[in-house]
Design a protein around this ligand. Structure first.
Ligand code: RTP
Ligand code: MG
Length: 155
């Protein structure tokens, strides 16, 4: 039983606005590398939603740019499931800075689709604890309890 739960670890992924037109290719990469896409939701984050999501970075000097960036267009929120999903997705993503990713992990999502340190194509939860928090924000049990007036995109 323990073994089964390890195989079904869940993490949160988000394809950010700069890469939304490549979301098909990115989902293919995710599947090809052995993670299952168990939920998907296309949304436009509001500013309050983005601020809540990235609350841990509120004191960082890149926070303002980050909020403007992730609210500039649609994002694709994903739940990924599989063995060691949290760690595996971070590996597939690559380092935060795409320039670094191109050198250290040329096949990673950020190497292939990222533009710069801010506009880096996708997000991945950094621990099981963050995964749980982020999944509950973007995939609440009841759709009616989606927090901060998120709009489901009609675009
Ligand atoms: P993420 O949370 O999006 O998966 O990225 P990460 O863990 O690799 O990086 P983190 O330190 O959590 O930063 C969150 C996001 O903020 C933007 N950022 N900009 N200009 C900068 O110096 C800078 N540093 C970070 C990126 O969009 C990063 O993914
Ligand atoms: Mg992070």
């Amino acid at each position: 039983r323990v073994r089964l739960s390890l195989l079904n670890e869940r993490t949160f992924a988000m394809i950010k606005p700069d890469a939304i037109d490549q979301c098909g290719a990115i989902m293919n990469d995710i599947s090809a590398r052995g993670l299952r896409i168990s939920k998907a939701r296309m949304i436009q984050l509001t500013v309050p939603a983005a601020k809540e999501f990235y609350i841990e970075h509120a004191q960082q000097d890149f926070y303002k740019d980050l909020i403007a960036y992730v609210t500039e267009g649609r994002v694709l929120a994903l739940e990924l499931t599989g063995e060691a999903a949290v760690h595996k997705w971070r590996e597939i993503l690559g380092p935060t800075d795409p320039e670094k990713a191109k050198i250290e992990a040329p096949n990673s999502i950020r190497a292939k689709y990222g533009k710069d340190k801010t506009r880096n194509a996708a997000h991945g939860s950094d621990s099981m604890h963050s995964a749980k928090r982020e999944l509950s924000l973007l995939f609440p049990e009841k759709l009616s309890s989606l927090p901060w007036q998120m709009r489901t995109s009609a675009v």
